[in-house]
Design a binder for this molecule. Structure first.
Ligand code: NAD
Length: 254
């Protein structure tokens, strides 16, 4: 494939697109002329996101761990978009607990949303990406999938697994011109991130301790991740597949 001839993505599906990193990706893609279908389980946040994004966005209520619902939502998205050339899997949940405090249900839920969810959305989207002549998948993993964190066994395991899921899928889909990459964010100022320190006994101190893990010494804005996601989704990354890009202020080497 000729890189110069590879068009920027115009028809994106973004799971978890109603908040945080997914919403920032959607906002940036729309600002650059794309149409975006948002898959999310949060009805109110979806409605708010689409109201702000305007006619270039479609809201699809969907739990990414529900296979039939995912299939229906992805097919509806493809129809509304007029094809799919990029998928971003951003839906995810955190779980801040020691292993012994984690119930079987909590463990299963983290894996269902953070690992099975991206798999289901990818599987439903692949025929549409192939019909478009190829495209890009970006799974939002985490720095926690590259380096462990305390009291997050389920989360870290789910994020490491989704990185390897994407690498394996990248081999399967390469011949169809479908690139699959992961972005591994560090500490990004979103509702999910805020729960990791707001409930601490001393939230200010907890936040300061988090900052210290990062070479750049700060929490990032969701747009700083969205830039990397759209880069990997676009023509500039035409020779990049199977990678896990840390967008983490230097935590993985620090
Ligand atoms: P967020 O909570 O702001 O957004 C996540 C979105 O996913 C929400 O709109 C939520 O409703 C949706 N969602 C959750 N479970 C879902 C499900 N089962 N089905 C459909 N939608 C669902 O969080 P965020 O920080 O933007 O997180 C986005 C992704 O980035 C997640 O996968 C998260 O693990 C990852 N991540 C975030 C950070 C960070 O610091 N914020 C760091 C590393 C990785």
């Amino acid at each position: 494939m000729n890189a110069a001839a590879t068009p920027a993505p115009r028809h994106l599906i973004v799971s978890g697109g109603a908040s945080g990193i997914g919403l920032a990706v959607a906002r940036m893609a729309v600002a650059r002329g794309a149409r975006v279908a948002l898959l999310d389980r949060d009805t109110a946040a979806l409605a708010d996101a689409v109201r702000r994004l305007g006619e270039a966005a479609l809201a699809l209520e969907c739990d990414v761990s529900d296979a039939p619902a995912v299939r229906t939502a992805v097919d509806r998205a493809a129809q509304w978009l007029g094809g799919v050339d990029a998928l971003v899997n951003s839906a995810g949940i955190d779980a801040l607990k020691s292993l012994e405090a984690t119930s079987d249900e909590e463990w299963a839920r983290v894996l269902a949303v953070n690992l099975t969810g991206p798999m289901l959305v990818c599987r439903a989207a692949l025929p549409h990406l192939r019909a478009a002549g190829g495209g890009s998948i970006v799974n939002i993993a985490s720095g926690a999938g590259l380096r462990p964190l305390p009291n997050r066994t389920a989360y870290c395991a789910s994020k490491a697994a989704v990185i390897m899921f994407g690498k394996s899928l990248a081999i399967e889909t390469a011949a169809d011109g479908i690139r699959v990459n992961a972005v591994c964010p560090g500490a990004i100022d979103t509702p999910l991130f805020r729960t990791s320190y707001e409930n601490a006994d001393d939230p200010e101190r907890a936040l300061a301790e988090i900052r210290e893990r990062y070479a750049l010494g700060r929490i990032a804005a969701p747009e700083e991740v969205a830039e990397a996601v759209l880069y990997l989704s676009g023509p500039g990354a035409s020779y990049i597949t199977g990678t896990a890009l840390a967008v983490d202020g230097g935590r993985t080497f620090h």
